[in-house]
Design a protein around this ligand. Structure first.
Ligand SMILES: Cc1ncc(COP(=O)(O)O)c(C=O)c1O
Length: 381
């Protein structure tokens, strides 16, 4: 499979930048941006014809192709702008009451926690944090943390598929099964999963699954989905109620007011690019690269791995060799130094009393990118 620096020609990434953060926002290949530009010009040549006549069928075709890729039941997948919107859609669709509980990981992404907190505060419900361990040696500890957090008042469990600060693959099948057995509705936050992990959403059978296509599937930014099990479709309403209110799940989500649908429609070009570049071999290659990079960096820094290989996809979180104060302000200074002095883009995080950085592996990266980070970090610190 072709990989490494020569592949940078497919992206617009700045020359000389060591880009080790595919995970935060993705990076869209030129070919997909070109396809998106074509959709936009098609739309602007005759906006009325496009919106009324062409868009419904085009959107349906794009959704069907994506649904097949993620193993979703036909008609269960709707487009949303991002995983944040997917999670908020579910939170706003449910009625929480005084004393109800929403369970999420103590490592949940900040935006998701804030959305849950907002929904809870409006109704007198409260957030309960699953005490997910990190570093971790086996995935059972994560499932156990969720099992302990779920109780009689749990009205929703939000489960990361791949954790944001920790990069850990969570045992979602097991957690979903446990939630379903206890009649607890469950939403999987798969922000990082499409293109990183093989998905069979019908088999997983979560009540809701939201995933980004703009991170690891190469789609333009603003392309994500919410997949809703048939049993939950009637209550699941878009964040913006619009023209097709009450006309069914797909119809309602297909039109939430005038917007630029070109990112959604370009998911087919993204899937084509993904397939052309290697398909399932891509996440496998990203995984190997990141695992090898993490081992080399840990050896250089004298640090321990934070997770077993099997719990990592295309990212790994590394503990920094730093015994001082661990605030996000200090983490930001480390990040800024790496970028300014070494042109390395990598997220640096402060949590659980330590500093960490999260590396992403992508087919345009080389091991040399990570060795440069390994060498620069002690100086940055
Ligand atoms: C686990 C997790 N959930 C949600 C999000 C939010 O993604 P988006 O900004 O695309 O909504 C992220 C972003 O990195 C994430 O890591």
């Amino acid at each position: 499979m072709p990989h490494g620096r020569p592949l940078r020609r497919h992206w617009l990434l700045d020359e000389g930048l060591r880009f080790l953060n595919h995970g935060s926002y993705g990076a869209t290949p030129r070919a997909v941006l070109d396809a998106q530009a074509q959709w936009r010009s098609r739309m602007e040549r005759q906006p009325d014809r496009f919106m009324v006549t062409e868009l419904p069928a085009a959107l349906e075709a794009a959704a069907a192709r994506l649904a097949e890729f993620v193993g979703a039941l036909p008609g269960s997948l709707a487009f949303v702008e991002n995983a944040t919107a997917g999670v908020n859609t579910v939170l706003r669709s449910l009625d929480f009451a005084l004393g109800d509980e929403i369970v999420l990981s103590r490592h949940a992404y900040t935006g998701i926690r804030n959305g849950a907190q907002y929904a809870a505060t409006r109704s007198g419900a409260r957030i309960v944090e699953a005490q997910t361990p990190f570093p971790v040696t086996d995935s059972a500890a994560i499932a156990d943390a969720y099992a302990s957090a779920i109780g009689n008042r749990t009205r929703l469990a939000i489960v990361d598929h791949i954790g944001s600060p920790t990069a850990l693959i969570h045992p979602v099948a097991e957690i979903v099964r446990a939630c379903r057995a206890r009649n607890v509705p469950v939403l999987v936050d798969g922000a990082h999963a499409p293109g990183s992990l093989e998905l069979d959403l019908a088999a997983l059978d979560a009540d809701w699954y939201t995933g980004n296509c703009h991170k690891w599937l190469y789609a333009p930014k603003g392309c994500a989905f919410l997949c809703t099990a048939p049993r939950a479709q009637e209550v699941t309403r878009p964040l913006a109620i619009s023209n097709f209110a009450g006309e069914g799940y797909w119809r309602e989500f297909s039109w939430t007011g005038t917007r630029d649908p070109s990112a959604f429609l370009s998911v087919t070009a993204a899937l084509d690019f993904w397939t052309e570049m290697g398909g399932a071999a891509i996440p496998a290659w990203n995984h190997r690269l990141v695992v090898e990079a993490a081992a080399k960096i840990n050896a250089a820094w004298g640090t321990e791995p934070t997770a077993p290989e099997a719990m990592l996809a295309g990212m790994a979180t590394l503990k920094l060799p730093w015994a001082g104060e661990a605030t996000q302000a200090i983490a930001d200074r480390v990040h800024d130094w790496l970028l300014a002095e070494r042109r390395i883009e990598v997220p640096v995080l402060a949590f659980d009393g330590a500093l960490w950085c999260r590396i992403s592996g992508q087919i345009y990266n080389d091991l040399a990118d990570y060795l440069a980070l390994g060498e620069a970090m002690p100086q940055a610190l």
